[in-house]
Design a protein around this ligand. Structure first.
Ligand code: ADE
Length: 243
C-alpha cells in the first residue's frame, strides 16, 4: 500500500478530487491511502492565523513556518524517512520518469503552499524535493499535488485493472500513443483504418507502432530524440523522411 500525506490549507479539495473513479476505488480497495492534513489545525495563536506580512515588504502574505512544521511533526511517526515534496514552479519539472521514481517510495509527503509563498526556513528544514508541474503559476500547490498523486498512484500494482493497462500508453517507451477507434465502422464518412478490422494481430501491432512514431515525429519531435527506438523504428522513420 502506498501512503500519501498532503500538508495543505485545503485538505477537502485534495480528498474530494481524488475520491472519484480509479483513485476512489484504489483507496477503497486499500492499494493507496491519501490523507490530507489541515495545516491550520496546528496554529498556536487564537485567531488560527497561518500567514503574515513578508519581512522587507512587498505584496501578499507568507505562510508562517511553525504551523507547517508542527503539521509535519504530527505525521512523522508514520512518515519516517519519507521524501517531502514541495509543490513550486521553482522545482524539478514533473515527468513520467519522475512519477516512476516516486512510485518506488512507500510513503510520500506533499507540502502545498498558498499566498505568496512559504517562509524559507521551514522549506530548508523539512523539504527533500521541489517539484513543478510546469512553467506556469497556479494559485496553490494542491492541484499540482493532486495531479502528481494521480500519476504516481496509477503505477501502483492493482490500481489499474487489466482493461486500463498502461503497458501500451503514451510515454511508456517515450513515444506518444497510437490513435484508437471503436464502433461504428463509419462516422461522418470516415472509415476506421482497415488494418484494425483485419484480425491480423501482427499487422495491427506494426501499424500501431508506426502511428506512434509518426505522431511523435509530428507532434513532439523533442521526444523522438530520447525515445527507445528499435532498428526497425529507425528504418521506418528514415523511409518517411522523419529522421
Ligand atoms: N504552485 C504554484 N504553481 C505551481 C506549479 N507550476 N507547479 C507546482 N506547484 C505550483
Amino acid at each position: 500500500m502506498k501512503k500519501f500525506f498532503v500538508l495543505t490549507l485545503f485538505p477537502e479539495m485534495v480528498m474530494d478530487t481524488l475520491s472519484h473513479s480509479i483513485l476512489g476505488r484504489a483507496q477503497k480497495e486499500g492499494h493507496v491511502s491519501i490523507e490530507g492534513i489541515q495545516i491550520r489545525d496546528y496554529t498556536t495563536n487564537k485567531h488560527l492565523k497561518v500567514d503574515d506580512y513578508p519581512y522587507g515588504g512587498g505584496a501578499g502574505m507568507v505562510m508562517q513556518p511553525q504551523p507547517i512544521y508542527d503539521a509535519y511533526q504530527s505525521i512523522l511517526p508514520r512518515a519516517k524517512g519519507a521524501r517531502v515534496l514541495f509543490m513550486t514552479p521553482q522545482g524539478r519539472p514533473f515527468t513520467q520518469r519522475l512519477a516512476e521514481e516516486f512510485a518506488k517510495e512507500e510513503t510520500l509527503v506533499f507540502l502545498c503552499g498558498h499566498y505568496e509563498g512559504i517562509d524559507e526556513r521551514v522549506i530548508e528544514e523539512i523539504v527533500t524535493d521541489e517539484v513543478s508541474l510546469g512553467d506556469f503559476v497556479l494559485t496553490g500547490g494542491e492541484l499540482a499535488a493532486i495531479t502528481m498523486i494521480d500519476a504516481i498512484s496509477r503505477l501502483q500494482e492493482g490500481v489499474l485493472g487489466k482493461a486500463e493497462s498502461f503497458a501500451d500508453e503514451s510515454f511508456s517507451e517515450g513515444l506518444l500513443e497510437y490513435p484508437q477507434y471503436t464502433r461504428p465502422p463509419v462516422f461522418m464518412d470516415k472509415e476506421v483504418p482497415p488494418v484494425l478490422l483485419s484480425g491480423h494481430h501482427g499487422n495491427v501491432d506494426k501499424w500501431r507502432r508506426e502511428q506512434s512514431l509518426l505522431r511523435t515525429a509530428k507532434k513532439r519531435p523533442d521526444l523522438l530524440e530520447i525515445a527507445e527506438l528499435t532498428k526497425k523504428d529507425i528504418q521506418f522513420l528514415k523511409e518517411n523522411g522523419l529522421l
